[in-house]
Every structure is written in structure tokens, then in C-alpha cells.
Write a protein that binds this ligand. Structure first.
Ligand code: GLP
Length: 242
């Protein structure tokens, strides 16, 4: 879906998320949302917050699972995804912090933390709708090019381009973490619905590779071609190489 503006991207994507949430509630369940960080989904969260504020949507009992987290940042670091999710999602959307999980990038045993995260998603009944951005290199979550298309939550090394792209959030390039925990591509594919958003020319090549290229690990987002309920909502600049 190609929208004229970022605000429209947010409205269209948020409508899809809200529809999944309401459908789950209509069946007597509590929605399970997959949450992305980054700038791309901010317009979705703004629109969802508006819906919650207007009484059109209630996420107070919804569960949330973040896609990923840096390894090695001290707890409470303002760029840790636990903090970013709290600031940009949990609080504005009126979610219960006790029901929102982020992989534990400060765990002493990261492999065990990754397995625990997978188990928590399964215990919650799986993710109903996964919100996604896309990296300029085609990553989703932090599944960098070369990631196994069937991967589960695990430790990954960030690609040099990802570290460079994210340097803007840190005081210097050296402070950008080298490792992360991320849901795998297999984990993301298990979500019942996926809503990916992208804005701007810097995402155009990744969007073209994802949508029109081969399904291949060099563009991890391309695995979504196999998802039976994925939508891609983008602005004209991100669509410019389609
Ligand atoms: C980040 C995140 C991804 C995000 C992507 C794009 O590093 N791990 O989940 O989708 O890179 O970020 P942005 O939306 O700020 O361009």
C-alpha cells in the first residue's frame, strides 16, 4: 500500500493493527502485539495512541513482545530498547508494563535468555500482529543479511551499516553496541499477521529487494513473501524503486 504521507502510512498500518486487536478481543482474548523500535513505526504508535485516547481501542490488557534488544547496555540506558519501548509504546498506548516484554540483553546467559523469550511468546499464544520497520540493508528486527530464514530468537552481531545507521542515537560510534538479541525470521513468520512500514528514499532499495527480489537471506525481509497475511505500507519515496 503506497500512501501519500507518513501520517497516512501510520493511519493505514494502525488500522490493520487495531483490527487484529479488536478481532482478538471480540473472541474473548487479549491481543498479543509484536513491537518494533526505530523511527519508522512512530506514526503507527501515534495513531494507536490517538485511538486509545479517543476510547476507540483498549490495549490495557494487551501483551507486547519487542523484536530485539542491544546486548551490553546498562539497564535503564535511554537507548536500550526496553526504555525506547516504554517511552514510545507502553506509556502512550496505555499498555500494562508488566505485560510488555523485551529480550534481556543484560542476561548473563544470553542463549538461555533467547530461549526463555521464545517460550514466553509461545506461552502467550503467539503474536497476533507483528509491527515491523526495515533496515536500509533489508534487515527486520536485527536479522542482518545472511540470517537463516528459519532462525529463532538468538544473539546476532550487528552489521557495520546498522551500527553506522544507529550511531545517531549514541554520543559516538564506539558506543553503539556490537551484539543484540533478536527474534528470528522464523519467530517473525509465526506471527498471524505482519505489518511492515517504511518511509524515505533510504529504504527504497530494501523495499524493492524485499517485494520484487528473490526470497533470499541477503535481504532478510524478503522472507515475508512467504507470509500469508503480511502488508507493506510505504510512502512514495520508499516505493520509488518498485
Ligand atoms: C533498527 C531496528 C529495526 C528497525 C530498523 C529501522 O535498528 N532494530 O527493528 O526496523 O533498524 O530503523 P528506522 O525505523 O529508525 O529506520
Amino acid at each position: 500500500i503506497i500512501c501519500d504521507t507518513d501520517a497516512e502510512v501510520g493511519r493505514v498500518a494502525a488500522a490493520a493493527v487495531a483490527q487484529s486487536a479488536r478481532a482478538k478481543q471480540a473472541r474473548g482474548g487479549d491481543p498479543v502485539l509484536g513491537l518494533a523500535t526505530g523511527s519508522s513505526p512512530l506514526s503507527i504508535y501515534a495513531e494507536l495512541a490517538r485511538m486509545v485516547g479517543a476510547g476507540e481501542l483498549d490495549l490495557s490488557r494487551a501483551r507486547g513482545f519487542a523484536l530485539d534488544e542491544y546486548v551490553g547496555l546498562p539497564p535503564g540506558h535511554e537507548q536500550s530498547y526496553a526504555e525506547v519501548i516504554r517511552r514510545t509504546v507502553t506509556e502512550p498506548l496505555g499498555m500494562d508494563p508488566a505485560l510488555v516484554a523485551v529480550p534481556d540483553g543484560a542476561a548473563s546467559d544470553l542463549t538461555e535468555a533467547a530461549q526463555r523469550y521464545e517460550a514466553a511468546i509461545v506461552a502467550a499464544g503467539g503474536i497476533d500482529v507483528q509491527i515491523l520497520g526495515i533496515g536500509g540493508n533489508g534487515h527486520i528486527g536485527f536479522n542482518e543479511p545472511g540470517s537463516s530464514l528459519a532462525s529463532r530468537t538468538r544473539i546476532k552481531t550487528l552489521a557495520p551499516r546498522t551500527r553506522a545507521d544507529n550511531t545517531r542515537f549514541f554520543a559516538s560510534a564506539d558506543e553503539v553496541p556490537v551484539h543484540c538479541l533478536t527474534q528470528g525470521l522464523g519467530t517473525i513468520m509465526d506471527a498471524r499477521r505482519a505489518v511492515l512500514v517504511a518511509q524515505g528514499e533510504q529504504k527504497a532499495a530494501a523495499i524493492a529487494a524485499m517485494v520484487e527480489g528473490p526470497v533470499a537471506a541477503y535481504c532478510p525481509a524478503s522472507v515475508l513473501q512467504f507470509h500469508n497475511a503480511a502488508i507493506v505500507v510505504i510512502d512514495p519515496a520508499a516505493a520509488s524503486r518498485l
